[in-house]
Design a protein around this ligand. Structure first.
Ligand SMILES: [Mn+2]
Length: 507
């Protein structure tokens, strides 16, 4: 028997193919995968979503904020497309347990997530045996990266525990091989590969956030591994295991063709380039229209000029006034902090002179809250040394270090601190690039003490900023950054930006 597995991952609320920043038509969204699904599907096909559905697009954002009692648009879309199984991703925990439970109730597909527990009970199935007929079946195991507590606010996951995904899969595969008779095992993992598939070299710090490579190499009996979480795009064999990761926002779908008799498999990705399924768009149209209307409401006005990003690299080398402005807003909420740290995200658009919600959601593209941490001058220096890794020197010029765009863009990991003067010398070795650092005109000493506000993602050590994750939390500001920005702008209808050129980046 020949079966097919169709897989999406990290869809992040993208049903519609239109960009929320500029309304342009893009190659993304479930509505542009729908006809691909229909043409590939037969009675031996399973359609699987691998998590990170609830957070992301403006449609989701609007829904989660204002219409959370209605059915989640992503649940409507998954049901319309008749998904068979779904997994949970780390971002599905961003809006707390009520939202997650409502989503899980609304989605008709079966939840696979076995290594995420609530009050000790798994949120999904331990594993599933999917029977195609009396003779043919496969086992499905769903897992999510156990790193969720690194990023998630404690309030949202206070009743949850997460088992190491590798340990869970190893144990469960062994159990299935002992107790069940199946034609194969498919692992659906909201996590990715931590090493290069050809050279076996690490592609990131090996923190156990992603364990796909290890699963392929150290667990006997996995036939297929569907990955996600990293927002990467690949389809290949890793140590004989058919594995893939479809790109974010439903830009791609993974297709695995699997002959259960010969165990031959093919693995590929297809692009979201089909005609738009208008019936699917109609299903979410009312909510989409309300979200679009809300996006265009002006909130306030900049006194002078705009804060649009023309050249993102320039905007990082010479801290852009947009970053000064976001730092100013963070310091407004973090009343105990002297310093504020902020990154310019990949593809952030910036603000027009008349600022709308559309400007905010296309600039602050993550769902973060803020934390103000107490740290020593020594820790602050380590923090700046970490962020200074973003640059390199080449032919007498400052350039972006390769690891920040290959294998995937990580520009959001370059932090710019306001409230402090410092100089980064890009040609110095990593770890000794901060050549000047002063606060209110005085050089910073290791024993000095500061309070710095930053995103909840960063304060948890995200992006390998391990030096801050154990710092004392002085203020935990449980406000989504887009809300924080909107509230600040509404309270200050004519906005002045306190911009200083406090960061020098030199060769
Ligand atoms: Mn994701």
């Amino acid at each position: 028997m020949k079966i097919k597995l169709l897989a999406t991952s990290d869809v992040h609320g993208y049903v519609s193919p239109y960009s929320y920043s500029d309304r342009k038509l893009c190659m993304q969204g479930l509505a542009r995968l729908s006809y691909h699904i229909a043409s590939l599907r037969d009675k031996h096909t399973l359609l699987i979503d691998n998590g990170d559905s609830l957070q992301g697009s403006s449609l989701n954002y609007y829904h989660n904020l204002y219409e959370k009692d209605l059915m989640q648009p992503m649940a409507k879309a998954l049901n319309y497309l008749n998904y068979d199984y779904y997994n949970l991703g780390n971002h599905d925990f961003n809006y707390g347990p009520d939202m997650l439970h409502q989503y899980m109730r609304d989605v008709n597909a079966t939840c696979l997530t076995g290594n995420a527990f609530e009050y000790g009970q798994p949120l999904g199935k331990e594993y599933v045996i999917h029977r195609f007929n009396d003779s043919y079946s496969i086992a499905l195991i769903g897992v999510v990266t156990q790193h969720i507590p690194v990023w998630e606010s404690t309030e949202n996951i206070k009743n949850n525990t997460f088992e190491n995904a590798f340990d869970y899969v190893k144990r469960t595969v062994e159990k299935i091989r002992k107790e069940e008779r199946v034609n194969g095992i498919c692992v659906v993992y909201h996590g990715g590969h931590e090493r290069h598939m050809e050279t076996d070299e690490p592609t990131e710090l090996l923190t156990n956030e992603n364990l796909g490579w290890k699963m392929c190499h150290e667990i006997e009996g996995i036939d297929v591994l569907i990955c996600g979480h990293q927002h990467r795009s690949y389809a290949l064999f890793c140590n004989g295991v058919a594995t893939l990761q479809p790109f974010e926002n439903a830009k791609e779908m993974g297709v695995i063709e699997w002959d259960l008799d010969t165990q031959e498999k093919t693995v590929k990705l297809i692009k979201a380039d089909a005609d738009i399924d208008q019936d699917l768009l109609k299903l979410i149209d009312e909510e989409e229209q309300r979200a679009q209307h809300w996006l265009d409401q002006p909130l306030g006005r900049l006194k002078e000029g705009n804060l649009l990003i023309q050249d993102p690299t320039e905007a990082r080398i010479h801290k852009h006034p947009l970053i000064s402005f976001i730092n100013q807003v963070q310091l407004y909420y973090a009343t105990e902090a002297q310093l504020s740290s902020q990154a310019l995200f990949n593809e952030s658009v910036g603000f027009n002179q008349e600022i709308t919600m559309r400007d905010l959601v296309s600039t602050y593209v993550f769902s973060n809250t803020m934390k103000a941490l107490r740290m020593s001058g020594k820790t602050l220096k380590e923090y700046l040394e970490k962020t200074a890794e973003y640059f390199d020197a080449e032919d007498g010029k400052v350039v972006v270090s390769r690891s920040f765009y290959d294998p995937k863009p990580l520009h959001f990991n370059y932090e710019m601190v306001s409230g402090l003067d410092y100089t980064i010398k890009a040609s110095n070795p990593i770890g000794s690039r901060i050549v000047e650092m002063s606060y209110q005109g005085k050089p910073v000493k290791e024993t000095d003490s500061f309070v710095m506000v930053m995103s909840s993602y960063r304060s948890g050590g995200g992006g390998e900023f391990d030096m801050v994750k154990d710092c004392e939390v002085v203020q935990d500001i449980q406000k989504d950054m887009v809300d924080a920005l909107a509230e600040y702008i509404l309270a200050h209808p004519i906005l002045e930006v306190n911009h200083t050129e406090n960061i020098k980046v030199i060769v």
